[in-house]
Design a protein around this ligand. Structure first.
Ligand code: AMP
Length: 415
């Protein structure tokens, strides 16, 4: 099988490793890729969010499957353009990707499908925002109603800050605060059949102890030793299948990766958000544990044959990833610093590039994801931090508590 992978971050490096390890894959091409992905794929400098350019590349290279990593190409209609040329694409249509692209649309679908989620109002002016904030009370949750690369959400006790964020965004969703530990559940679907991957947890805040501003994600681990038994079955029954059925009913079936972000509250799992693609950095840990060949799974979803796919197989043990971020991330990341110690197994490239002399430089806020597996969560955590210790990048920072609360049994579900 020949596969074209779109994107160039840590998620795509993890996807590239999984695709390249599939014995059915004899050629892997990535656009634009990154220096880590270059180790397992041929790179092409095509803009992954340009539907016509990607479709032309898929035809030119004769690939059997296009795997779309980031959200921007999905919302731009890249999956539609590729499919229109007759090539299977793993990723939803632009219409279906609105589950991620518009918070209001997602809430609308959830309401119609009876999916348990936070109560919410869409607000476009200060007056209605203030009314919604006062109805729900603190902590206040204000979300930009558009794609914000995971950074458009403010959760704060400061009412003035909540109002300010709403004013900056223009159109926002104000919602009730959901208390409880968070879970990321990835579901591979062809629009009808749906296969859950292992639940994972990520760390959104920049600082230890969940302090500081939200980021794209500072680390992740899987599986979740504290998750209630039956959680995945319950989410498939109450969230995933009703959502897929509602999308199909609207004539815009969702095929690709449905990312369900949940809070496990006293009243059970509640959806915080949907995304239309693999999450970053949870992908790094989930795929590190997946034994089933990845390209075959994604191809089945892209060709409507997922119901006939064999059950997934998982490695024993656990996986942890720790993000090494650039100085100033998330507010104003500094780029262009020399990186050393990054070229070893388990170090996933997220924001790196090579200069003309071949030196590895930082090129984004999240630079590397030190990813390791182990016999249990404690061993995986130790191994991931040993990888972090081997990386040198001036001014970089990382969280020191990724998976710590889970290892120490400190995660509790309210109620
Ligand atoms: P989102 O982009 O919707 O995933 O939001 C980013 C982060 O904000 C989530 O991972 C949560 O930590 C937090 N968050 C979003 N919505 C809520 C909510 N309703 N209650 C509590 N925390 C939330």
């Amino acid at each position: 099988m020949r596969v074209l992978l779109l994107g160039g971050g840590g998620r795509e490096h993890a996807l590239a490793l999984g695709l390249a390890a599939d014995p059915a894959v004899d050629q892997l091409i990535a656009a634009p890729g990154n220096p880590g992905i270059a180790g397992v794929a041929e790179l092409r400098s095509v803009d992954p969010a340009d539907p016509a350019a990607v479709a032309a590349l898929a035809v030119e290279t004769g690939v059997d499957l296009v795997v779309i990593g980031p959200e921007a190409p999905l919302v731009a209609g890249v999956a539609d353009a590729v499919r229109a040329k007759g090539t299977p694409a793993f990723g939803p249509s632009a219409e279906a990707a609105r589950l991620e692209g518009s918070k209001t649309f997602a809430k609308d679908v959830m309401t119609a499908a009876g999916v348990p989620t936070a109560r919410a109002y869409t607000c476009t002016d200060a007056e209605s925002t203030a009314r919604a904030l006062d109805e729900f009370g603190a902590p206040y949750v204000v979300k930009n109603d558009g794609l914000a690369a995971g950074k458009g959400v403010v959760v704060t006790d400061d009412r003035a800050a909540a109002l300010r964020h709403a004013e900056e965004c223009g159109r926002v969703v104000v919602e009730e605060y959901l208390a409880g530990p968070e879970v990321s559940l990835f579901v591979v679907t062809d629009g009808e059949a749906a296969v859950p991957l292992l639940p994972a947890q990520d760390f959104k805040r920049v600082g230890d102890g969940d302090t500081g501003p939200n980021t794209g994600g500072m680390g992740a681990y899987a599986p979740l030793p504290w998750a209630p038994p039956g959680l995945v079955d319950e989410v498939m029954r109450d969230v995933v299948h009703p959502t897929l059925a509602e999308m199909a009913r609207r004539g815009t079936p969702f095929a690709g990766l449905l990312y369900v972000g949940l809070a496990i509250t006293a009243d059970g799992p509640r959806v915080i958000e949907f995304n239309a693609r693999f999450g970053d950095p949870e992908t790094q840990v989930v795929l590190a544990l997946l034994e089933t060949p990845l390209a075959g799974l994604l191809h089945a979803a892209a060709t409507g044959t997922l119901a006939g796919h064999p059950p997934l197989r998982w490695r024993d043990g656990a996986a942890v990833t720790v993000v090494v971020a650039a100085e100033g991330y998330p507010a104003a990341p500094r780029t262009g610093d020399v990186i050393s110690g990054a070229e070893c197994p388990g170090v996933i490239h997220a924001g790196t590039r090579r200069d003309a002399d071949g030196a590895l430089l930082s090129s984004g806020g999240r630079v590397l994801c030190a990813t390791a597996t182990g016999a249990d969560l404690a061993a995986a955590r130790d191994a991931a931090y040993a990888l972090v210790a081997g990386v040198e990048l001036a001014g970089s920072h990382h969280r020191t508590d990724i998976a710590a609360a889970a290892v120490e049994g400190r995660i509790t579900i309210p109620g």
